[in-house]
Design a protein around this ligand. Sequence first.
Ligand code: PEP
Ligand code: MN
Length: 341
Amino acid sequence: MFIVMRPEATDDDIRRVIEVVESCGFRGHAVPGASRTGVVITGNQGVIDQAPFSGLPGVAECIRITRPYKLVGSDLKQERSVIRIGEAEIGGDELALIAGVCAVESREQTMLTAELVAELGGKWFRGGAFKPRTSPYAFQGLAEEGLKILAEVRDRFGLRIVTEAVDEPALDLTEKYADVIQIGTRNSQNFSLLKRAGQARKPILLKRGMSSTLEEFLLAAEYIMAEGNYQVILCERGIRTFATHSRFTPDLTIVPEVHRLTHLPIIFDPSHSTGKRETVIPLARAAVAVGADGLLVDVHPYPERALCDGPQALLFDQYRQLVKEIRAIADIVKRSPLVHG
Ligand code: PEP
Ligand code: MN
């Protein structure tokens, strides 16, 4: 249920509504809007009786929610959600370019890449310290040592750090070092991890499960938000199809659909979707043109020696090219230029 407050409702009125919701054994989420606040009720199994709420001071009306997701949907919150950390933002006027290494392999490889990203005006840096690898024998990441290198990147270059947590202990640790915590495609329906992410005090970048439908993807985001963390960024990273010419099949149609159905930002990862550096720039261009709120891109100073995902990492010159091309398209689609390089 969605309780619509009157425009003149006070903070005390809203608090009182939430108290009554909680006394019924449910959870109340205040969703502020431009002219009025709404309170979304979660935690109920069936239809809720509106009688305890409809007469409370400040309440305008109670509306039943018929969609499977409640907090993610744009019908309840028309204003787009913008995630802001200092000067960096995702989902606002500016296109967010989150570039960096797939895995933090060494201090040198990470610093060289961060220097390039900063030089080209980037505000965000990505890098995995915990890697979800298909083979148990593949490089699994430097764990806390990698997180410390990422913290040094933030100190040295002022870049905001996006890094993945693969399980709950990794999330505990990542929460201390990251600006944004990533949940990868393989964990997109790991519901206990999603709930833990919902208790984190950092924004969550949630990747689409490689075989998730749009509704399953949005319900994964709902898991995070239902725990009280409303700072969620969605990321399309390609899905499994019968196609074998690319690692996954990027589904760019999801971008306008997410914008239509939700208030959340959605970014696109051309690196993990295609698996090939030759196709990263063309797909990145398309994603910006289609309205993505940002990009997540792998870059490597010497990808032939990379310990993870070398074939998809852009060379430094290709990254320079990408930034140039993306700026031009961002201008046309009325996103402010992301960089001043
Ligand atoms: C990554 O971004 O490093 C990653 C492992 O991506 P995905 O979960 O999309 O495969
Ligand atoms: Mn990777």
